[in-house]
Design a protein around this ligand. Structure first.
Ligand code: IPE
Ligand code: IPE
Ligand code: MG
Length: 239
């Protein structure tokens, strides 16, 4: 079986899962956060090199303030746990999104997570938090224009796809091969729109807190049954 190098996940359905158990939405978020570690270990053991998870979108601020507050509190404890897990599991962690929109303490935890894990050689783990694809492009293009004004970019013809990629939060990270979205919805919700251009898309009804290693294997199996094409050519075929 061919294992995708980079798997990206829109973890969805925490609230619905909790509701189905007669529990408050936040219970789903707590179990969902715990499941991130389980799936990190599973991904690593299956030979996946890059795993990216969508934890909080730029649109999620519109949820009711109580839920947003509970999520932020959860991210505080989750990031502390992640620092330890990255050390134990040799994971190299990166953050996608705009940390400046998060509170100081959480920003500090995220910086510590990235800094303390930067020399690790195992799973590359990206946390998308306060992330939105459009926001990422806006932030990236502002930096690009600033650099151009400072003379770092000469002619407009120097602006290539590679240059634009290098201004995104995912600079240096290969594009995802497989996108998984849990709990039935079939949309991108502003996730990695540039980077997912040629990813295979896999949707499952399983809600995130219940998503297991077995479900990840099923997604990889489905991925293997696909014939990947890039502009009409099968993967590996020469032009
Ligand atoms: C995903 O679960 C977690 C976040 C987006 C923070 P949801 O909170 O979206 O759960 P549902 O989709 O309402 O069930
Ligand atoms: C997408 O889930 C965002 C994250 C998983 C962080 P949502 O549940 O917020 O997306 P919509 O609102 O259903 O599109
Ligand atoms: Mg949702």
């Amino acid at each position: 079986m061919e294992v995708p190098r980079h798997v990206a996940i829109i973890l969805d359905g925490n609230g619905r899962w909790a509701k189905s158990k007669g529990m408050p939405r936040n219970y789903g978020h707590v179990k969902g956060a715990a499941n991130v570690e389980t799936i990190c270990r599973a991904a690593d053991s299956l030979g996946i090199k890059y795993l990216t998870v969508y934890l909080f979108s730029t649109e999620n601020w519109k949820r009711n303030q109580e839920e947003v507050h509970a999520l932020m509190k959860l991210f505080h404890s989750y990031t502390r746990t992640a620092i330890r897990q990255a050390r134990e599991n040799n994971m190299k962690c990166r953050v996608l999104g705009d940390p400046s929109g998060l509170d100081e303490e959480l920003q500090k935890n995220l910086r510590e997570l990235v800094e303390s894990s930067k020399d690790n050689t195992g799973l590359n783990f990206q946390l998308a938090i306060n992330y939105g694809s459009r926001d990422e492009i806006v932030r990236g293009m502002r930096r690009l224009v600033r650099d151009a004004r400072e003379g770092k970019i000469g002619d407009v013809s120097e602006i290539t796809e590679e240059v634009i990629s290098s201004y995104l939060d995912t600079a240096e990270i290969p594009d995802p091969d497989l996108l998984i979205r849990t709990c039935g919805e079939q949309r991108l919700s502003n996730f990695l729109m540039w980077q997912l251009s040629y990813a295979e898309l896999y949707f499952t009804e399983v809600p995130w807190p219940a998503f297991s290693k077995k479900d990840l294997e099923a997604a990889i199996e489905a991925y293997n049954k696909r014939t990947r094409r890039f502009g009409g050519l099968k993967s590996g075929e020469e032009g």
